[in-house]
Design a protein around this ligand. Structure first.
Ligand SMILES: Cc1cc2nc3c(=O)[nH]c(=O)nc-3n(C[C@H](O)[C@H](O)[C@H](O)COP(=O)(O)OP(=O)(O)OC[C@H]3O[C@@H](n4cnc5c(N)ncnc54)[C@H](O)[C@@H]3O)c2cc1C
Length: 486
């Protein structure tokens, strides 16, 4: 069989791309996935890559990434919030107009059926991904209390967080049908599986892309060479960058240091990695405030005008209810995140073989101002948590106090010890115009300096996306398909 498109990674973007490219029966499409097909009954931990990353100042923590058909959206929180339009304006302003808001909006609309809004100028009514929100009358007490407290702090209530440039606090859009998760392995891949021109192979980790005379000719997977006219990496951040590096495509110095022969010297591979640092305000609720089996998250906030900072819609708040990971006691937590950090991280190899773990440094708080932004966000969230509506449902806060939050030194200590990844990783193989030496892919997702190779997932994102990112990954699969088949 002559393969036209060999897609590496049956994740959030990869399943969309495989489905869209195989719509034309003249194209032979093969989709390879390192993880298994997956079983709905299995725990998420079974489908994790077990990656580790440096979080802050040398502290290393686990970095969850889905290793299963469906990818990270198979194990995620089902949040489906678009990045603001202005993030895509910024993408276009880099000299990449095909990724501007007006263009990607059509792709966002095509992927979704918004069960509350339906077919509207900014929402889709007939796409495969159902988007829904829990009605206000079903919110549990801590959620209603937080919304009241956030509004009392001067932020607005926003019923439609997927409207362009939505800001404030409002119902959290989810990609689910009832309580059933709807990853793209179900919405896009499952209906396409019966096509004769689409082959899906799970449990087959790709070791590297094979490049001959400047052209990708296929991949090595499980010791087998699989030839294709074009290889498309959809392994996500950070693993698409890892695959490029292992294939000899990356900064020449880094590659030599890791013992990998240089195929193409691309300085931007493994750079421009960014993610949203998160921290929590944990509390024990008063008895009965969180009914058994209550949903974990029902609202989300993207807030501007935090005291001490310019207006940038950069702060995220989200209430969670339920036992913390590994715990049994029900807690309520307010998650605080910086959606717009300036810090950037790196991905490098520790050795040439697939068994050598990548070295991932998230670089949190390394850019001037980021730690101060997070302190301001945390203090703002703490003041919201003191509002009488929220305080009414709190029995006691856990490990946080007025004194701790008031002192820069103590709060820095808490943030350095507590900060975790919000798992909204972007970049590592970022897009850029032809005069940008750090660009890894061009507007058409083609990898610079290597023919027959593209990247289509969140690793190509060259700007901050102030969103939890899963919906953006689905959109990227859809949008890239329109560009590839145009
Ligand atoms: C635990 C968790 C919770 C999250 N919660 C939310 C949330 O509530 N809302 C939200 O918006 N976002 C959330 N996210 C983030 C979001 O799910 C991801 O950003 C998004 O799904 C990534 O899409 P992707 O297509 O870029 O990569 P992925 O979906 O990760 O897909 C990459 C695929 O490539 C495969 N792969 C990698 N390397 C290879 C290889 N060498 N060979 C073959 N296959 C390979 C992987 O196994 C995977 O299936 C969460 C993420 C995690 C991990």
């Amino acid at each position: 069989m002559d393969i036209d498109y060999l897609i590496v990674g049956a994740g959030t973007a990869g399943c969309v791309l495989a489905s869209r490219l195989s719509e034309d029966s003249a194209r032979q499409v093969v989709l390879l996935e390192a993880g298994p097909e997956g079983d709905e009954c299995a725990g998420d931990a079974e489908y994790d890559w077990g990656l580790r990353a440096t979080v802050t100042a040398g502290r290393v923590d686990g970095l969850a990434r889905g290793k299963v058909v469906g990818g990270s959206a198979r194990v995620n929180g089902m949040g489906a919030v678009r990045a603001p339009a202005r993030d895509y304006h910024a993408w276009a302003a880099l000299g990449l107009p095909a990724w501007g808001w007006d263009r990607v909006l059509e792709s966002y609309r095509r992927i979704e059926t918004d069960l509350e809004y339906g077919d509207q100028p900014h929402h889709g009514g007939s796409g495969p991904v159902p988007i829904t929100r829990r009605p206000r009358e079903q919110w549990i007490a801590p959620v209603s209390a937080l919304v009241e407290a956030v509004q009392a702090a001067g932020h607005r209530y926003c019923p439609g967080m997927n409207a362009p440039d939505a800001s404030g606090i409002g119902p959290y859009p989810h990609n689910r049908r009832g309580t059933a998760r709807m990853p793209t392995s179900l919405t896009h891949l499952a209906p396409a599986r019966s096509r004769q021109n689409l082959t899906v192979r799970a449990d087959l980790p790709v070791e590297r892309v094979v490049v001959r005379d400047g052209r990708a000719t296929g991949v090595l997977a499980g010791g087998e060479f699989i030839a294709a006219r074009e290889v498309i990496l959809c392994a996500g951040t950070p693993l698409s960058a890892v695959l490029l590096l292992r294939s000899g495509i990356g900064p020449a110095g880094d590659l030599r240091e890791a013992g990998v022969a240089v195929v193409a010297d691309l300085p931007g591979v493994g750079r421009n990695l960014y993610d949203q640092p998160g921290a929590v305000i944990p509390a024990l609720p008063v008895h009965g405030a969180v009914p058994e089996g209550a949903p974990m998250t029902e609202v989300i906030a993207r807030l501007a005008a935090i005291p001490g900072h310019q207006r940038d819609d950069g702060f995220y708040l989200c209430p969670f209810a339920g036992p913390p990971p590994g715990g049994t006691e029900t807690m309520i937590t307010i998650m605080v995140g910086d959606l717009n950090p300036a810090s950037r991280g790196t991905i490098t190899l520790t050795g040439p073989s697939p068994g050598d773990p990548p070295r991932i440094d998230l670089g949190y708080y390394t850019a001037p101002g980021d730690l101060g932004r997070m302190r301001a966000a945390y203090r703002h969230a703490w003041s919201i948590a003191q509002h009488e509506a929220y305080a009414r449902i709190v029995d006691r806060f856990y490990g946080v106090s007025d004194e701790l939050v008031a002192s820069d030194e103590s709060l820095n200590g808490l943030l350095h010890a507590m900060t975790f990844s919000r798992l909204a990783l972007l970049g590592g193989a970022a897009m850029g115009p032809s005069d940008d030496a750090s660009a890894v892919v061009g507007e058409d997702c083609r990898v610079r300096g290597v023919d027959g190779l593209r990247g289509v997932d969140l690793s190509i994102v060259p700007v901050v996306l102030r969103a939890p990112t899963a919906l953006d990954a689905i959109m990227i699969g859809e949008h890239a398909a329109t560009l590839i088949t145009a």
